[in-house]
Design a protein around this ligand. Sequence first.
Ligand code: UDP
Length: 236
Amino acid sequence: MKYKYKRLLLKLSGEALMGKKKFGIDKIYINRYAEEIKKIVNIGIQVAIVIGGGNFFRGLKINFINRIYGDYMGMMSTLINSIALKSFLENLGITVILQTPMSIGQISEKYNINKSIKYLKEGNVVIFPSGIGIPYFTTDTAAIIRGLEINADIILKGTKVDGVYNIDPIIYKNKYKKIYNNISFKKAYKIGLKFMDQTAFTLGHENNIKMIIFNINKKGNLKKIVCGEKIGTIIY
Ligand code: UDP
């Protein structure tokens, strides 16, 4: 069978790993994501992953520590999440390689684009912890940069909701909301939709990125996307 996307970059936020908890990792949720990823790896899709760290720390939010150290704590959080997902994927028989721009030789290789692509072609999942390894950035920006570097056919952002809405569906639970089938980075930014930070919006727009924001908690969604079904919101 011919699939719509052969190589993809999946972005998972720390919050997605947190599931119903208020902090940390929910094993039911992370296992669910590992199962979903396995389904597409087993049909030959090349999967690279960027994980956030907001379930532990975000530099901007830790007001008792200076911003730069806070950001490093955030980056370390993404490493914790990456190691956890690696473990769950390996339990399902998937080989996983971590590649980070930081120096943590015991558990992760140093990021190397040529090696990343080689590993993907060999059928391994490659996880990129620590974003791009520089304070003041986010893992959404890292997802776009790594997606561009590995020449991903698509960047997928797995969230708890079905796509991009005109108002935040988690805050405004009972209010009427409209979901977009597709929307440009430019328009989304102009009308103030806040599903990513400004740097990520700009990079997406300037580099003609195609991204899909979808619900990672709905069973089968990831595979449906690679098979070409219209799921979530397309950002272009
Ligand atoms: N971070 C950073 N540089 C990067 C990526 C992440 O400094 O290249 C830090 C930053 O403090 C960020 C935190 O790591 O808030 C966790 O990442 P993010 O907020 O993107 O996680 P998510 O919202 O996806 O859970």
